[in-house]
Design a protein around this ligand. Structure first.
Ligand SMILES: C[S@@+](CC[C@H](N)C(=O)[O-])C[C@H]1O[C@@H](n2cnc3c(N)ncnc32)[C@H](O)[C@@H]1O
Length: 274
């Protein structure tokens, strides 16, 4: 059973497994990632990058060292692969995601695993936490860097970080993995700039791409914000986080290690200042 425990809202929603947080979303959203993940959700766990969840959870617990039974926020939780594994290990987990399709898969998986996780449907840029958490994760581009068509790249990602910061208790740890901008820069060409597919000023890639997905080849409108580590650190610090480490962070290859220039993702290990 999934759990819902937002006081009065808990009672209102006690027969609903996914709490749809319209109360926090005052404006309707148009976000192509929401549509993409709604459609992709049933096949998401067939992606090879999802195969190392157990090792990833081992690693993040080793890094964050949350006390037993801590309250953990998983922003952009997707199908809940980390959230459910954390719940199996006795943590209280809230998973937030914009995609109802992804959350439906998460809820199904939590029931199958017989664990309780609180699923919240919300846009991470507008999420207002109802209480303070002991730790937070935002993994594998869980909202951060994934821009809706009309989103401003700076405001979008800053709002997500700010909402996570505001959701944490003083001194609480936060771990994020996002695209490695260095690798992207080594792949992108001047043709991409001239054709408007990549803007080196904003570090935003904006193009239609054919992706080879488990369900087959699909044309995907990609609008993504890339960061080099220095910029990531500055953004985190502007919001108030102390950045403890920036490591290589490609799914399936997490470790206390240097960034490989061509790897897909980097990891930020941070903490809300006391
Ligand atoms: C690549 S998946 C990562 C899911 C999960 N964290 C994992 O590691 O498997 C990205 C997720 O971010 C969610 N997402 C994208 N934009 C979002 C937003 N603005 N607010 C909340 N979730 C968002 C998508 O719906 C999707 O579930």
């Amino acid at each position: 059973m999934s759990r819902l425990f937002f006081g009065r809202l808990n009672k209102l929603n006690q027969h609903r497994s996914i709490y749809q947080k319209e109360c926090y979303n005052l404006m309707p959203t148009t976000n192509q990632w929401e549509t993409f993940f709604d459609n992709h959700a049933p096949r998401y766990m067939q992606n090879t990058f999802t195969r190392n969840t157990l090792a990833e959870v081992d690693f993040l617990l080793d890094v964050q060292q949350p006390a037993p039974g801590s309250d953990i926020l998983d922003m952009g939780c997707g199908t809940g692969r980390h959230a459910i594994e954390l719940a199996k290990r006795g943590y209280l987990v809230t998973g937030v995601d914009i995609s109802r399709g992804m959350l439906a898969e998460a809820d199904k998986a939590a029931r199958e695993a017989d664990v309780e996780v609180e699923w919240v449907q919300a846009d991470a840029t507008r999420f207002v936490a109802p209480r303070l958490y002991d730790a937070a994760i935002c993994l594998c581009e869980g909202a951060f860097g994934l821009l809706g068509t009309d989103d401003d790249p700076v405001q979008h990602d800053r709002a997500i970080l700010q909402n996570i910061y505001d959701a944490l208790k003083p001194g609480a740890p936060f771990m994020l993995t996002t695209f490695n901008g260095i690798a992207k820069l080594r792949r992108l060409t001047q043709d991409d700039v001239e054709a408007g597919r990549f803007d080196p000023v904003t570090m935003v890639e904006n193009s239609d791409q054919e992706w080879d997905l488990p369900e087959g080849k699909k044309l995907v409108h990609v609008k993504e914000h890339y960061y080099v580590p220095t910029e990531l650190a500055r953004l985190f610090e502007q919001v108030g986080f102390a950045v403890e480490h920036i490591w290589g962070g490609t799914a399936g290859n997490w470790g206390r290690r240097k960034i490989q220039l061509d790897e897909i993702e980097v990891m930020v290990v941070a903490r809300k200042e006391k």
